[in-house]
Design a protein around this ligand. Structure first.
Ligand SMILES: [Zn+2]
Length: 93
């Protein structure tokens, strides 16, 4: 007689899957079951626990940074406008 045990147990996930689910997990965009698997894996895998913590730290840092993307493009536009105004005045005539 063969008794198969384990069909009711939540299947474990691999380190690779934890990496794939890292941002979704931090955003809480995972199902309760998925979250449970990740938490279980982090409990037994120090490497993935550190990885998740690092991602969380980086995300927090990025959130605190001010948005300064539009300033450089303004300068760039100004430069281009000045550049197009320069014309050749010495033409054959
Ligand atoms: Zn792992």
């Amino acid at each position: 007689m063969v008794q198969e045990e384990g069909s009711a147990i939540v299947p474990e996930i691999t380190c690779q899957e934890v990496v794939q689910w890292a941002s979704a997990y931090l955003d809480e965009h995972v199902s309760d079951e998925q979250k449970r698997r990740i938490v279980l894996h982090l409990a037994i895998c120090a490497g993935c626990e550190t990885y998740i913590q690092q991602i969380a730290t980086v995300r927090d840092a990025v959130r605190l940074l001010p948005k300064t993307e539009e300033q450089p493009s303004e300068l760039h536009r100004l430069r281009q406008t000045l550049g197009t105004r320069t014309r050749r005045a010495s033409s054959g005539g």
